[in-house]
Design a protein. Structure first.
Length: 115
């Protein structure tokens, strides 16, 4: 089993920055893929970014150039640096870890961007 705990969310003004963290614990393998998703009020959950254990990254077009995903393998932690935040970035952000055909999700953390 793997447990994921997100932190770093909160309220920020338009144009501001936040850094989310997701700490994984339990049976975390060295080869895995970690993701960030988000779900805005009244909308479906959407993918935001991906990072492999070899640091290959991908981003949704909506966040490309503003968000940066990174990871610390020694700490089993993935980060999401969010810059130039906009009100449409307001959502609950979720961390996901995929390994050996299984997926694990965190409970999510709220990010609110005020206009």
């Amino acid at each position: 089993q793997v447990q994921l705990v997100e932190s770093g969310g909160g309220l920020v003004e338009t144009g501001g920055s936040l850094r989310l963290s997701c700490a994984a614990s339990g049976s975390v393998f060295s080869i895995n893929v970690m993701y960030w998703y988000r779900q805005a009020p009244g909308k479906q959950r959407e993918w935001v970014a991906t990072i492999s254990s070899s640091d290959n990254t991908k981003y949704a077009d909506s966040v490309k150039g503003r968000f940066t995903i990174s990871r610390d393998n020694a700490q089993n932690t993935v980060y999401l640096q969010m810059n130039s935040l906009q009100p449409e970035d307001t959502a609950v952000y979720y961390c996901r870890l995929g390994q050996s055909g299984l997926d694990y999700w965190g409970k999510g953390i709220l990010v609110t961007v005020s206009s």
